[in-house]
Write a protein that binds this ligand. Structure first.
Ligand code: V47
Length: 383
């Protein structure tokens, strides 16, 4: 292979070409290689085998129904205490009103996750989902992280399985992947010591999959975790996916360093670098061979790196979003929203085929390749 400079990857190239699963040590070799061209090619090869040139996105809306939270994760700049001026807390009726106010025709996914509110009773949550389903029957509600599901189980004195079942009956379509952070105990104790434990997070996703609810998985990186701890996180997800097949997407979340005590205590003011983001996405694509999608999350890595990531294994770039507060509270410099036309252009100019999906990954519209190769052009070009 002319293009391979790091001969330590030769065996990995053979395995990826044959569609074989990598061991932990091989995954670590990918994290350490300086042969970025080879890493990119391997990720691209894996992505192409699954999706060809298609890249998925969703016309979506984000809503955080409260920022009041008692948990105290050290990376979080979003949470507020009750009574603070910047705190907000919508009733189920206000949630419906907020969605109505921001709704744009064609939106299919509503992504909601929020703080662990100290006072809301359990009924508040299924009532909110039912209200949304009745008011917007065409919108699929992807809501509540496994951390929130555990919180609901505590306040309702129900099992997490029962909580999931009742939310599903109320109209919940899928679970987002938040609350995973880093599974390794050493890190979890320092960044999210009062939140759902790693095994419980995995168990809740296992239960959701058993009910037919599809879910996502995230990983918060770029703070105090080691590369081994990142790969260990992926390894645990790969094992669960092997068991259930219920994950849609893996989403690395780049640490945003403003306004949170973790960054302050580390004296950290810098963001992850573009190459760290790309390497991480590529390793994820190659290592998580049983995950349908690796998502490039433009809110946290920016539109430019997200566009480049389409050559590094990414097959999904989330959605139009409308308004986002978790990353922006922590210093994200990305815009609050992208237009559908902007997302199509981003994908087309990377030489890929944009596919508008819904929350279940049904393909709603497949676009042409557009003006790839013609600078500044959005016009149709021959393939
Ligand atoms: O769980 C909080 C993270 C998550 C910071 O499932 C931070 O499609 C970086 O889960 N820097 C919520 N990250 C967002 C989330 C998500 C995002 C996009 C898509 C999906 C999906 C899910 O945000 C939290 C936490 O891990 N987070 N603070 C921060 N300072």
């Amino acid at each position: 292979m002319k293009w391979l400079r790091d001969q330590a990857l030769a065996h990995i190239v053979d395995k990826v070409e044959a569609g074989e699963r990598l061991s932990f040590d091989e995954g670590m070799r990918l994290y350490h290689t300086r042969d970025l061209n080879a890493l990119m090619r391997l990720a691209n090869m894996t992505k192409k085998r699954l999706h060809g040139d298609k890249v998925f996105f969703v016309h979506s809306m984000r809503l955080e129904f409260t920022n009041i939270c008692y948990v105290g994760c050290t990376f979080c700049a979003f949470a507020a205490h009750k009574g603070e001026e910047r705190a907000w807390d919508y009733s189920p009726g206000e949630v419906v009103e907020q969605v109505r106010r921001r709704y744009l025709p064609g939106i299919t996914e509503l992504h909601m996750s929020s703080g662990h509110h100290p006072n809301h009773k359990w009924d508040y949550y299924p009532e909110m989902v039912r209200g949304l389903r009745d008011a917007f029957p065409d919108v699929q509600v992807k809501a509540f992280t496994a951390a929130e599901i555990e919180h609901f189980a505590k306040i309702s004195k129900k099992s997490t399985l029962e909580v999931l079942r009742e939310l599903q009956a109320a109209g919940l379509a899928a679970l987002p992947g938040g609350g995973a952070e880093i599974f390794a105990d050493r890190v979890r104790r320092q960044v999210a010591k009062n939140k759902v434990k790693a095994d419980k997070w995995l168990q809740i996703h296992r239960e959701a999959h058993s009910l037919g609810l599809r879910t996502n998985a995230t990983m918060l990186y770029g703070h105090i975790e080691t590369l081994e701890e990142r790969l260990d996180h992926m390894h645990r997800l790969r094992d669960l996916q092997e068991e259930t097949g219920g994950f849609h997407a893996f989403i690395p979340l780049a640490f945003q360093p403003m306004g949170n005590s973790l960054a302050q205590n580390l004296g950290k003011t810098d963001f992850t670098t573009g190459l760290d983001d790309l390497r991480n996405l590529a390793v994820a694509r190659i290592y998580l061979d049983n995950f349908p999608h690796i998502k490039g999350y433009w809110v946290m890595i920016g539109s430019e790196v997200t566009q480049v990531s389409l050559d590094w294994g990414v097959s999904d770039i989330d959605g139009t979003i409308q308004e986002e507060h978790i990353a922006h509270a922590a210093g994200a410099t990305s815009p609050m929203a992208l237009s559908q036309a902007g997302m199509v252009k981003m994908i087309q100019h990377a030489g890929r085929v944009p596919v508008l999906r819904d929350a279940y990954y049904n393909e709603l519209e497949v676009f042409g390749r557009g003006g790839f190769g013609r600078a500044g052009s959005g016009a149709e070009a021959a393939d």
